[in-house]
Design a protein around this ligand. Structure first.
Ligand code: HSE
Length: 308
């Protein structure tokens, strides 16, 4: 059995517009690594790395710690483990940073103890970890981060891998503001009318079909303008201007990434997406908000990269 295992898990875009709490896509904006090391007794946690500041290192307040506690209870584990999170994803971006830590942690512990836990159970433990960051457990970010690529998930936590064409890409603008996931969720209506429900079903079908064939134009049209994004746009200064600027620069559609504040514009692999990113950055600047921009493509799932 190994003494120490290191695993990495990537950022993700949850929802993809109309697929609220349903779709997730792993993207290569960044990753967290978690090392799991054998210890004589108990579970301990340290947080290091570029984005460690402000990340709780108390087990039951940290998404990775909470996920591993859920795993130890669920799998009946009593081994001593020392966890170290190297926080390489920026928290509070809407790009699944908390999910990346939780997923990397359960993957590392699984490999350390040579458990071969089914992914269905790992996803459940990682989702329980997500509850440290959001009021409710949702599986879209953790499902994407664990499985890689494009997934759907249900309220029962079942994750279904879906086909994704790498022709579809994103230009992402991450404004320098914080949006708490709990606030972003509280902004949503408790109920939607039948017409909105039917539109959502239709959009989700179009999202799946266009993702499969890599039609970025159809995908962009399908994800754009969901009632969820509209409700959440109040938290993002200049959102309408940013969307218009991205579209004028050639984006096929624009969404809020997860609960925000990052905004993701749909482009395809054949175009120069930097004008889209620059246009979003300028639009945020005109709203008085600085932002970072990234180009994003789909990426593989969480995996172990070092064992000793
Ligand atoms: N589906 C979740 C939400 C993702 O939109 O609230 C949060 O990252």
């Amino acid at each position: 059995m190994p003494e120490i295992v290191r695993a990495k898990a990537y950022t993700s875009i949850a929802n993809l517009g109309w697929g609220f709490d349903t779709f997730g896509l792993a993207v290569d904006v960044g990753f967290d690594t978690v090392s799991a090391e054998r210890a004589s007794w108990g579970l301990s946690l340290a947080v290091v790395g570029r984005y460690a500041e402000g990340i709780p290192d108390t087990l039951d307040q940290n998404t990775a710690g909470k996920a591993v506690i859920a795993m130890m209870v669920g799998e009946g584990l009593e081994t001593g483990i020392r966890l170290e999170i190297d926080k390489g994803t920026r928290p509070g971006s809407g790009l699944g940073s908390s999910a990346a830590s939780a997923v990397a942690a359960v993957v590392a512990v699984d490999a350390l103890l040579e458990l071969n836990t089914p992914r269905e159970r790992l996803v459940r433990y990682a989702s329980e970890g997500e509850q440290a960051a959001a009021a409710v457990a949702h599986t879209d970010n953790v499902g994407a981060s664990l499985y890689g690529g494009f997934i759907s998930c249900g309220s029962d936590g079942v994750v279904t891998p879906l086909a994704w064409s790498d022709r579809i890409r994103f230009a992402i603008a991450h404004p320098a503001i914080q949006v708490r996931t709990s606030d972003a969720r509280a902004a949503l209506p408790d109920q939607v009318d039948l017409k909105t429900y039917a539109e959502g079903c239709s959009r989700c079908a179009r999202i799946i079909a266009s993702a499969d064939v890599g039609d970025a134009r159809a995908f962009g049209a399908a994800v754009h303008g969901s009632f969820v994004d509209i409700a959440r746009s109040r938290f993002i200064p200049g959102f309408d201007t940013v969307v218009a600027a991205a579209r004028n620069a050639g984006a096929f559609g624009v969404i809020v990434s997860g609960g925000g504040p990052s905004v993701a514009a749909v482009v395809d692999d054949g175009m120069d997406a930097s004008p889209v990113a620059d246009a979003m950055q300028a639009a945020f600047a005109s709203a008085g908000v600085a932002c970072n921009t990234y180009m994003a493509a789909s990426v593989k799932g969480a995996h172990v990269y070092e064992t000793s």
